[in-house]
Ligand binder design. Structure first.
Ligand code: HEC
Ligand code: HEC
Length: 313
């Protein structure tokens, strides 16, 4: 074994321990190798590799280090998943962890690649940022708690890589299934008003929302009783009088969901069926329903599992 192999072996041991420190050491080591390559060729590692030939020791070490660091990242993701997610989502990502039977809303089965809360078109896979938002904020009204304050961005990225590994759709995704967000405005074009709420109420009837959500928005529309989700379980349309939402706490969160729909549920996308302006008015009507009922019970419930958890990352 030459010195290069020894270095790799030592790193492999470090990798098995998979602490953050070791990840950092690994990263430093690969930076070091890249730097060495760089200095050999006036700062251009690619040219250096070319000049030195593919058999060169440094080229090989650099490549092996890069592979190791991605293996270490996926190991870190697995460890985090096992400690923080597996109890609900299950060892194999099938949503059947030891806790699932006790939960009123089933934990997501990750194997089909169906995600409710996305910025991508109806039916499409979510972006990593969509998954990060859900993990940071949690899903109000369910046991999916927010992890934004207890998990760093780096750790969330590792766990996201790991949960994507449960669905072959993400593996086939290169090229075949683009994960591009629809175009979403950064802010709303006009403020909510009595007029926009009234216009939203008319649209709520006109566009058929009432069939599921009920004209009062309490989730008891004429079609509500017969709905089934993508995993074969009965599902209720959201009750807007609760005043909190799975999508998040802002107008833009609701706008995004009405635009893209919720995969794996009967909630359709209204991207084609409504204009942007109409969707803002629908948001205003939906939110106005939540303000009608505010009790201490609601306020306490909302602030406990959701809050606005954003750790600045
Ligand atoms: C106490 C149970 C529980 C734990 C622990 C838990 N989840 Fe969840 N998770 C849920 C439930 C329940 C849902 C389904 C929410 C729904 O369908 O409305 C869910 C949904 C999700 C979704 C899908 C959101 C979407 O857009 O459809 C993701 C992603 C997710 N969880 C990731 C994680 C990750 C990552 C962890 C660990 C860091 C984790 N969850 C820990 C219960 C849990
Ligand atoms: C075919 C039935 C159906 C129709 C029609 C429908 N919805 Fe929904 N909608 C649902 C279901 C079911 C859910 C809840 C999914 C869940 O909880 O996982 C939902 C959820 C939502 C949410 C998400 C709330 C949250 O918790 O984030 C919003 C917003 C929404 N609907 C608005 C609308 C609007 C506006 C319309 C009409 C333009 C509409 N829906 C039409 C079935 C429907």
């Amino acid at each position: 074994m030459n010195s290069g192999d020894l270095g790799i072996a030592r790193l492999a041991v470090a990798e098995r321990r998979s602490g953050r420190l070791h990840m950092a050491a690994l990263h430093a080591a690969s930076l070091c190798a890249a730097f060495l390559l760089g200095t050999l060729s006036g700062g251009n590692p690619a040219r250096a590799a070319e000049e030195l030939g593919p058999q060169n020791e440094l080229v090989r070490i650099n490549r092996e280090l890069a592979e190791l660091s991605s293996a270490a990242r996926s190991q870190a993701g697995r460890t985090l998943y096992q400690s923080a997610c597996e109890a609900c989502h299950g060892r194999h990502g099938d949503g059947r962890g030891p806790k699932w039977k006790a939960l009123p809303v089933a934990p997501r089965d990750f194997r089909q690649g169906l995600f409710k809360l996305r910025s991508t078109p109806f039916g499409a896979l979510p972006t990593d940022e969509d998954l990060d938002r859900v993990i940071r904020q949690g899903v109000s009204g369910t046991d999916m708690v927010p992890f934004g304050k207890v998990m760093s961005r780096e750790n969330r990225a590792a766990v996201i890589e790991y949960i994507k590994s449960f669905s072959p759709r993400f593996r086939d995704a290169e090229g075949k299934e683009p994960r591009k967000p629809v175009s979403l405005p950064a802010q709303r074009p006009f403020p909510a008003s009595e007029a926009s709420i009234a216009a939203g109420k008319a649209l709520f009837a006109e566009k058929g929302c009432f069939a599921c959500h009920g004209q009062q928005g309490d989730g008891k529309g004429p079609a509500a009783g017969a709905l089934v989700d993508g995993w074969g379980s009965p599902i209720r349309p959201w009750d807007f009088t609760l005043g909190y939402y799975k999508s998040g706490a802002t107008d833009l969160d609701l706008f995004r969901t009405i635009t893209t729909g919720m995969n794996g549920t009967p909630m359709p996308s209204f991207d084609g069926a409504t204009s942007e302006e109409e969707r803002w008015k629908l948001v205003d009507y939906v939110r106005s329903l939540g303000r009608k009922r505010s009790s201490w019970a609601t306020v306490l419930f909302v602030s406990e599992p959701t809050g606005v958890v954003y750790d600045g990352n």
